[in-house]
Every structure is written in C-alpha cells, then in structure tokens.
Ligand binder design. Structure first.
Ligand SMILES: *Cc1c(COP(=O)(O)O)cnc(C)c1O
Ligand code: SF4
Length: 340
C-alpha cells in the first residue's frame, strides 16, 4: 500500500465529513421547511398518511434553491407532502413496475438484455414525492456486504451482462469506502464493459462528488456512465455545475433522466430550460419519464397526450440532441417503451 501524504488525508477526511454531515442533517420537519421559506402551513394542509408512509427529507443545499414565499416553487413541489397524497393514497399500485418478478437475487433486478441493476443503497438523500420507490421495502432490500457478494457472484456468472447499473435508493449515499469497494469488485468482473450509476446526489448534495469518489471512478477499468435525475433547471446551481464538471473530468459520460410532473415542469419553457442548463454543464438529456402509477402520486400525473404535445413543441425549439426520449415503463416489455 502506498503511504498517503498527511495533507491528502486531512483534506479527504474533511471532504467525506462534509457530504456525510449534509446527508445526516436533512430537513425532515415540514414546519421547519415552511418557516425557512416564509410560508404559512395553514395555506397548504399536509398529508399525514403521506408523511407517515414516506417522511419528508430535503437536503439543506436543495432547500436553499427554493424561492421563499412561493408554494408553487418547482423544487418545493417535488418534496412537499401535499394533502392530495391522502386523497389518491389508495388508488394506485404499490409495485407499479412489477419489479418483484425480475429480482434474480436479493437486490439485483435483471429486466433488460445485457444489463443488471443493483439496488446498491437502502436510502436516498431526498424524498421525491412522485417516486415509484416510495413504497419500496428498503429494510428488506438493504444490501449487506454478504448480499453484495451474492449480487457480484450472480453478475460474475452471467457473461451476457455487459453493464452493471447501480441504483437504489441512491448508490452514492453509500460511504466512500463501501462504494470504492463495490466499484473495484465490479471492475474485476471481466465481461463487464460499463458501470452505470443512477443518482440524484450530485444535484441535491453536490459535495458528494469528492476526491475519494472521483479517484474510485478514475481507477475503474469500466466505462462510467452517470445518469443524473434532475427535473428543473433551477435545481442546478454553481456547486452542482462544479460537481458535474469534476465527474466529466474523471471520464464519466453524463446523462439525465427527468420525470414530467404536473405543475413542476409540464410546460415547454421549463423543459427547454432544463435541457439547455444540463447541456451547459456537460450533461445530455436521456429520458423524460411519464410518472408511474404509484399510490399517492396522482396529483403529479401528466397524461400521455399532453406529454406528446410537449415533446413535439420541444422538438421545434431545440436541436435534436437536446430532446430527451419520452418513455414509460410497461411491465413485460424488453425495453422501456418510447412514446411518439
Ligand atoms: C430502466 C432500467 C434499466 C436501464 O434501461 P436503459 O433503457 O438501458 O436505460 C435496466 N434495468 C432496469 C430494471 C430498469 O428499470
Ligand atoms: S432520489 Fe430517486 S429513488 Fe430517491 S426518492 Fe428521489 S426519485 Fe426516488
């Protein structure tokens, strides 16, 4: 083992401490968030059932990008446990994608040819109210080292798998050491070409993109693709931009998936601004998802017709490479379904 220079140790320790501090100091009290934004809770009753089911979780850096005094702020709407969650609570499915059927080992989903998805983290840094994983039993699926070894062995035995996708939860919520270990192990599987990481952390806690993580990605033999999740241009501030540049400098290809959400980004201007802002930061738009049919999220629904109209307008205003593909997950298909 090489001897680390003491200065390097000090700076790396503090960078780990910084993002982990941000991850453990989340806003979880709706009252605190409302007060911070100068909003009166009496104007927007909460969903007690929604909160109980899926607590509020917002990183402070993300909340700082919300506009004070605006209940319709597109960042706030993504995390606010609105009363509507109680109304549509019972109507929709809790496993809309029927993922249970594709679980090949605890925490490993194999749904599509050549790709295996690892649920590599038990939690997220933020709770997005529209999330299709809001009813996911993370306790039952929280990977221990033992389960990671089982997952690695499943992938190691199947040469048809070319790409390992770390998903979650948010895989970057794992600590530096765990994550570096997992990345190294995946790099040792000879038939893998690509490591893909699905994450919202570079957006919501940009300090997460620290020297340890960058070093682990850089020494990895695999091509690295980071698929971000960002729904609105205003989510990306200067710190995010810097984090994204660092990921690019480490050799990662950056893509974004967004969800089209009623009242948040279901208009041409928002979607156009999002694509342009992403491109400024070196990120290519990849997918625009229609919201999944998840219990408690009906108030975010955008119907297919409306989404297709938005896409048509977007194609008229942006170069083709900045137009994301509108997709929907249809259980039982061999790929995500591209709509119009
Ligand atoms: C979406 C998804 C993938 C990746 O699909 P791409 O079209 O390659 O982005 C892989 N596995 C599962 C289980 C998925 O849901
Ligand atoms: S970060 Fe992703 S997985 Fe986590 S709550 Fe948000 S949408 Fe869901």
């Amino acid at each position: 083992m090489t001897q680390a220079h003491p200065d390097v140790l000090i700076s790396s320790d503090s960078s780990a401490a910084r993002w982990q501090q941000a991850l453990s100091d989340l806003i979880t009290d709706p009252l605190e968030l409302a007060e911070m934004l100068d909003l009166d809770l009496a104007d927007r009753p909460l969903s007690a059932a929604g909160l109980k089911d899926f607590p509020l979780k917002v990183p402070r850096a993300f909340a700082a990008r919300m506009r004070p005094g605006d209940w319709n702020d597109p960042l706030l709407l993504q995390v606010w446990p609105a009363h509507a969650e109680s109304i549509d609570h019972a109507t929709l499915s809790k496993d809309p994608l029927q993922e249970a059927a594709f679980t090949v080992a605890p925490g490993v989903l194999q749904k599509y040819q050549g790709r295996a998805l690892l649920m590599a983290a038990p939690h997220c840094a933020i709770h997005c109210r529209y999330c299709f994983r809001r009813h996911f039993d993370y306790d039952a699926n929280s990977p221990s080292r033992r389960e990671w070894l089982d997952s690695l062995s499943v992938i190691g035995k199947d040469p048809s798998i070319k790409e390992a996708i770390l998903s979650g939860g948010d895989p970057l919520a794992n600590n530096d050491r765990q994550l570096a270990w997992l990345i190294d192990q995946l790099g040792n599987i000879r038939h893998l070409h690509t490591l893909r990481i699905h994450t919202r952390l570079p957006i919501v806690i940009p300090e997460r993109i620290n020297a340890e993580l960058l070093a682990a990605l850089q020494r990895c033999r695999l091509k690295v693709v980071v698929v971000l999740h960002c729904n609105h241009a205003r989510e990306i501030d200067a710190d995010c931009e810097q984090a994204l540049q660092a990921l690019r400098a480490a050799g990662a290809t950056l893509l974004n998936q967004a969800v089209v959400l009623a009242g948040i980004n279901d208009n041409v201007t928002s979607l156009k601004d999002l694509s342009e802002r992403l491109f400024d930061c070196g990120v290519m738009p990849y997918y625009l998802h229609l919201p999944d049919d998840v219990a408690g999220t009906a108030h975010f629904m955008v119907d297919e017709q409306r989404a297709k109209q938005l896409m048509k307008a977007l194609r008229g205003e942006l170069p083709g490479y900045l137009v994301p593909r509108l997709v929907q997950e249809v259980p039982g298909q061999d790929a995500k379904t591209i709509l119009g």
